[in-house]
Ligand binder design. Structure first.
Ligand code: C2E
Ligand code: MG
Ligand code: MG
Ligand code: MG
Length: 284
């Protein structure tokens, strides 16, 4: 009867799964517009060399200011775009922007290394390698100024493909980092065969430093492992002075990234931070 039809309609209308579905569909449909009209934009988070307190490089992180939903976290929209096969296009957009920025800094006399997060399935795609080569030709800077970050988990999911891809990136001169290290089920034999330049130790380890003796020991062990394999080490997610003090006394622990030094920033904020950072932190 009429009443039950109406009732059914309301149930459907307020079904949260349908809201999620339409949210996801809207995002997927809006990707091209986001790239075209700068609803996507990049923020940059510095990596800092602890002892010299110099900026060792930047990580580019994607943001989306959506016309309906507002500011969205990459943790929300990246998985959605990945399932809809949109992340290859989006990653190319990020690479292009970052290369343009690296070239512009280089023109003004600064060599700044910037890293870009590459989704697992794209790492092993021939399309990525050719896009990277094109970008270097287009913008003309030393490829080691571009660092490619892939997560440990995605590398292990297709380890033979990842090993081949990383060899190709390194042969072309790009830097490669293994992101969120320590959270995947990596084995040491894989690590030996993956010719990455850098290990980024996941935030979850530094969270317990120095309070948790276990986390502190694990942190030391991972740093020692990285050093013995001649890898650069970046500690992600450093938030407190106590953490910095602890890490300062570990041999071979050089580069830190985290809110203690700086949050990810748009370019104008980054310039401000760099001026302030240089004058303040060198006093310590
Ligand atoms: P990630 O690559 O491991 O990036 C580090 C994340 O930790 C960033 O979150 C950063 O803002 C956050 N972070 C850095 N220092 C601290 C700290 O001291 N405390 C806390 N609480 N957080 C800190 P964000 O920007 O939200 O990105 C989350 C993840 O989304 C990234 O993890 C990365 O996996 C992914 N992502 C971001 N941008 C891109 C992109 O352009 N492409 C791809 N494929 N993934 C991206
Ligand atoms: Mg990263
Ligand atoms: Mg990470
Ligand atoms: Mg992460």
């Amino acid at each position: 009867n009429h009443h039950s039809v109406r009732y059914e309609h309301e149930v459907i209308h307020y079904n949260p799964e349908i809201h999620i579905q339409s949210f996801q569909n809207t995002l997927v449909a809006d990707v091209e517009q986001a790239m075209r009209e700068n609803h996507f934009y990049l923020v940059y988070q510095p990596k800092v060399e602890m002892v010299s307190e110099r900026m060792a490089g930047l990580e580019a992180l994607l943001r989306w200011n959506h016309p309906i939903y507002g500011f969205l976290s990459p943790a929300v929209f990246i998985p959605i775009l990945e399932s809809a096969d949109k992340m290859f296009d989006v990653t190319d957009w990020v690479i292009d922007r970052v290369c343009q920025q690296i070239a512009s800094w280089e023109k003004s006399g600064e060599k700044i290394q910037v890293s870009v997060n590459i989704p697992g399935p794209y790492v092993t795609s021939p399309r990525l390698m050719s896009y990277l080569r094109e970008s270097i030709d287009k913008y003309g800077f030393e490829p080691e100024l571009l660092e490619l970050e892939m997560t440990e988990t995605s590398a292990v999911e297709n380890i033979e493909g990842a090993i081949q891809a990383v060899h190709a990136f390194r042969n072309s001169g790009f830097s490669v980092a293994l992101d969120d290290f320590g959270t995947g089920v990596s084995s040491l034999s894989y690590l030996k065969r993956l010719p990455v330049s850098t290990l980024k130790i996941d935030k979850s380890f530094v969270d317990g430093v120095p309070g948790s003796r276990k986390d502190s020991e694990i942190m030391k062990a991972i740093i020692a492992l990285g050093n013995s394999l001649h890898l650069n080490i970046v500690i992600e997610g450093v938030e407190t002075a106590q953490q910095v003090d602890y890490l300062y006394h570990i041999d071979g622990c050089k580069v830190l990234q985290g809110y203690f030094y700086a949050k990810p920033m748009v370019l104008s904020e980054l310039e401000e931070w760099r001026e302030k950072f240089i004058s303040e932190l060198t006093i310590r």
